[in-house]
Design a protein around this ligand. Sequence first.
Ligand code: GNR
Ligand code: NI
Length: 175
Amino acid sequence: MALRHIITLPDPKLRLVSKPLERVDDAVRKLLDDMVETMHEAPGIGLAAIQVAEPLRMLVIDLAKKDELANPLFFVNPEIVWSADERSTYEEGCLSIPEYYEEVERPARVRTRFVDRDGKPQEIVAEGLLATVLQHEIDHLDGVLFIDHISKLKRDRVIKKFVKMAKRAEGHPPL
Ligand code: GNR
Ligand code: NI
């Protein structure tokens, strides 16, 4: 396994539409495992491939608490096939927008079709935090960030802050 670098705002790759996988082979499983290791280390509860600069439609989620055994979930080519009318609100964060948190309203339940780590088609109905994180990650596959679901005023303010930080970092490059 290997840790991967997580890209952050304003990296334009975060706005790419990721490409579907044609098959789940050992190379795909290796990337999924590296994503789980990277997510655990961050730490985070979800990670989409584009966050490690791979524009592929795959994501991992692990909602296990720190004192619990790891329970990584793997989603390849996920598609939301049904959303509840009921909404729920969670305070969201994103490893690609470090240290920024805001409440986002999303469908409370989503039926999602996907291919698992063994290449087998699956369908689940997610609710609660899983429903929110799954929607947050599937948004990443379409170049959508959670800040796209908040007010333009707040979004513009956070983007501006990250552009400013990136410019300051240009004067102090790593290596
Ligand atoms: O670690 C994460 N926590 C989180 C909290 C609420 C809603 C969504 C998330 S996902 C985020 C990790 C991440 O950026 N995934 O793309
Ligand atoms: Ni995110």
